[in-house]
Design a protein around this ligand. Structure first.
Ligand code: CO
Length: 134
């Protein structure tokens, strides 16, 4: 079950990370909190904060990145929504038992010292759902 601030962040795929950082900073009032390479996903991420809301901007490091494939087929835009949970392993077990298709059977290391796991959009009505636990 979800915790107090259940939507941890919204992930957005972009071609030009610096341009997107400028957009959300200058035009929408977000503050850049962190830029982080996620080599395991061949992805560069930037987290921007406004109040309790975070946006994660994602851009590929190379063409083998899943973000590169996403951009090629879907273009820029909303990529995933992340819910913070207090016990990610228990949540994955529970969701699997309900028939959800797990991309990550067990959590892996994500940005900001979190453990993360993704649920396949085929089983969620078209939304890539990320779970994270700090
Ligand atoms: Co994310």
């Amino acid at each position: 079950m979800l915790d107090r601030f259940p939507i941890d962040h919204v992930g957005i795929a972009v071609h030009d990370l610096q341009r997107a950082i400028e957009r959300y900073s200058l035009d929408f009032g977000f503050t850049l909190e962190l830029e982080e390479d996620i080599p395991s996903q061949k992805t560069k991420a930037a987290f921007l904060k406004l109040g309790n809301s975070y946006i994660e901007l994602l851009t590929p490091m190379d063409e083998s990145s899943l973000i590169a494939k996403f951009l090629a087929t879907r273009g820029e835009g909303l990529h995933h929504i992340c819910f913070e949970v207090p016990d990610i392993r228990a949540e994955l077990t529970s969701l699997k038992s309900k028939g959800y298709q797990l991309i990550d059977e067990s959590p892996r290391t994500g940005a900001r010292h979190s453990e993360i796991a993704f649920i396949h959009p085929k089983s969620t009505g078209g939304v890539l759902i990320e779970l994270c636990q700090y």
